[in-house]
Design a protein around this ligand. Structure first.
Ligand SMILES: Cc1ncc(COP(=O)(O)O)c(C=O)c1O
Length: 394
C-alpha cells in the first residue's frame, strides 16, 4: 500500500533549516525557524529552567501516568498567567495542559467541531503557516480577514474591522494576542477594544493564540486581549505555548483554556476535551509542564524568570533597531523603519522569492520564501553582512 503514497514537499520552515545546516560557509545566517537566539546565535536553556530541572531530579516522586488533563497545578498556574485570575478562582474557565501550542490548537479545533460540525474559522491574512494544517486538518473551514498591509507595512485596520463585521454571526475568529506571526504587527489596546466590540455584536467565538507572552511589552500587556475578551464575551478559547517564553521548545508545553458562559457547562467541555485527547495522544508529556509549574510557583524563580524574559524581549527590540539603522545607513532603496514598529520575533522584509533565493545562494542568508525573518537570528557580528546582502538584492 505504501507505494501509493505521494511524496509531499518539505515543510517550508523546516526545509530552510535543513538547507542552512548543509551550508558550509562561515558567515551563514539563519533567519528561518522561530527560536530565540542570543548574541552568539545559540538558544541556551534558561537558567531558571536548569534550576527547576535540578529541583525535579531531586524531588519528583513518581513517573506514573499524568492523565489527559495534565498536571492540575500547571493548569492553575497557566490560568493565572493568561487570565490574571487569582489562582483557580474562575469557575467558567477550563484549562488543560497540552503538547505545545500546536497540540493546544489542534485540540481546540477538534472541540469546536464537536460543538459545531463544519464550523468556519476566520484567520488573519496572512497567518502562521502551521495554522492551516492544524485547524483545517481537523476539519474546520479556514477563511481570512484582512490584516497585514505589505505596501505600507502595518495593519489594514479599517479593512480588518470591515472584514470582521461581515463574518457570519456565531463563526469563530482566530486572533494573535501579541507578536503576530508572521508580520510582527500588533493591535494597540484601543484597536483591541474596537475588535472586541464587533466580536460581541456578532456573537463571534474568539480563539486567541498566544505563543509569545512576554516577548512584546511584558506578561500583563501581552495578555491584554485575553483579559479584555474574558470580561466581555460569553465564550472564548485560548491556546498558549510555553515554547518561547520558557525556551522549552522541544519539551512540548502548552495549554488550552475554554471559557464557557455558564459554569455548569464545564463538565460537558471536560468530558469532550478529555475524550479528544484520549483519542489523539492520550496525555501530555509531564516534564516541561513540571518545570513551568515550579518556576511560576516559586517566588524567587518566578522573579528570575521575569528577568530572563525581559532580557529576551529587549534583545529582540535591540536587534530590530540595529538592522533598521544599518539599512538606513546604507541608503537602502526602501524605508525599513517599520521593523522597529513590529514586535516579537518576526517581520516581513517585503522581498520577492527571487530576492530571497539570491540571499541564500549569493550571501548565505536563509529565510522562508515569504521573506519573513526571525530577528533573533541577527547579532552585532552578522548585522553588517545582512544589511549589505539585503541592499545588494534590492
Ligand atoms: C502563532 C503561533 N502559534 C502557536 C505556536 C506553537 O508553538 P509550539 O507548538 O512550538 O508550542 C507557534 C510557534 O511557532 C506560533 O508561532
Amino acid at each position: 500500500m505504501f507505494e501509493a503514497l505521494q511524496t509531499l514537499p518539505a515543510d517550508a520552515i523546516l526545509g530552510v533549516l535543513a538547507e542552512y545546516r548543509q551550508d558550509k560557509r562561515d558567515h551563514k545566517i539563519d533567519l528561518g525557524v522561530g527560536v530565540f537566539r542570543d548574541e552568539n546565535g545559540d538558544t541556551p536553556v534558561l537558567s531558571t529552567v536548569k534550576k527547576a530541572e535540578r529541583y525535579l531530579l531531586e524531588n519528583q516522586q513518581s513517573k506514573a501516568y499524568l492523565g489527559s488533563r495534565g498536571d492540575p497545578d500547571f493548569n492553575v498556574a497557566m490560568q493565572a498567567l493568561l487570565f490574571g485570575v487569582e489562582q483557580g478562582s474562575n469557575s467558567r474557565i477550563y484549562t488543560l495542559q497540552t503538547p505545545g501550542g500546536c497540540g493546544s490548537l489542534r485540540v481546540g479545533a477538534e472541540l469546536i467541531l464537536r460543538g459545531r460540525p463544519g464550523a468556519s474559522i476566520w484567520v488573519s491574512d496572512p497567518t502562521w503557516a502551521n495554522h492551516v494544517p492544524l485547524l483545517s486538518g481537523a476539519g474546520l473551514q479556514l477563511k481570512t480577514y484582512p490584516y497585514y498591509d505589505a505596501e505600507n507595512p502595518g495593519i489594514r485596520f479599517e479593512e480588518m474591522l470591515n472584514g470582521l463585521s461581515k463574518i457570519p454571526v456565531n463563526d469563530i475568529v482566530l486572533l494573535h494576542a501579541c507578536c503576530h506571526n508572521p508580520s510582527g504587527m500588533d493591535l494597540t489596546q484601543e484597536q483591541w477594544q474596537a475588535v472586541c466590540k464587533i466580536v460581541v455584536e456578532r456573537n463571534l467565538l474568539p480563539f486567541i493564540d498566544i505563543a509569545y507572552q512576554g516577548f512584546a511589552n511584558g506578561l500583563v500587556d501581552d495578555a491584554y486581549s485575553i483579559r479584555l475578551f474574558a470580561d466581555l464575551v460569553p465564550e472564548m478559547i485560548v491556546s498558549a505555548s510555553c515554547s518561547k517564553n520558557f525556551g522549552l521548545y522541544r519539551d512540548r508545553v502548552g495549554s488550552l483554556s475554554v471559557m464557557v458562559e455558564d459554569g455548569a457547562t464545564i463538565a460537558r467541555v471536560e468530558s469532550q476535551v478529555v475524550n479528544v485527547v484520549r483519542g489523539m495522544y492520550s496525555m501530555p508529556p509531564a516534564h516541561g509542564g513540571s518545570i513551568v509549574t515550579h518556576i511560576l510557583r516559586d517566588a524567587a524563580l518566578r522573579a528570575e524568570w521575569d528577568d530572563e524574559l525581559t532580557f529576551m524581549r529587549e534583545r529582540l527590540k535591540e536587534m530590530r533597531g540595529l538592522i533598521a539603522a544599518e539599512l538606513a545607513q546604507r541608503n537602502a532603496p526602501r524605508d525599513f523603519s517599520f521593523i522597529e514598529r513590529a514586535q516579537g520575533m518576526f517581520s516581513f522584509l517585503g522581498l520577492t522569492k527571487e530576492q530571497v533565493q539570491r540571499l541564500k545562494t549569493e550571501f548565505a542568508v536563509y529565510m522562508v520564501d515569504s521573506s519573513r525573518i526571525n530577528v533573533a537570528g541577527i547579532n552585532h557580528k552578522n548585522v553588517g553582512h545582512l544589511a549589505d546582502a539585503i541592499v545588494a538584492v534590492l
